[in-house]
Ligand binder design. Structure first.
Ligand SMILES: [Zn+2]
Length: 74
């Protein structure tokens, strides 16, 4: 019978501690990686992450073909 009481107390503590941990974990779930800077392709207007964009004459392009196409259109 004593084992049942200990189990009941243990279960109760488990539930209380679980609730406390869940409460403290709740906030800070709004973190999204929006820190990356977006640039626009000068040829087609597509938005690309700056680190993935190709730069030519301080203008950004989504692909090498668009650098060529933009050069030829001038
Ligand atoms: Zn483009």
């Amino acid at each position: 019978m004593r084992i049942l009481i200990l189990l009941a107390i243990g279960l109760l503590l488990y539930i209380i501690i679980g609730n406390l941990l869940r409460k403290s974990k709740m906030p800070s779930n709004t973190a999204s990686d929006n820190s990356q800077h977006m640039v626009r392709c000068e040829h087609c207007g597509l938005h690309i992450i700056e680190t993935e964009a190709l730069e030519d004459n301080s203008q950004y392009f989504c692909s090498r073909e668009h650098i060529e196409a933009h050069r030829q259109s001038r």
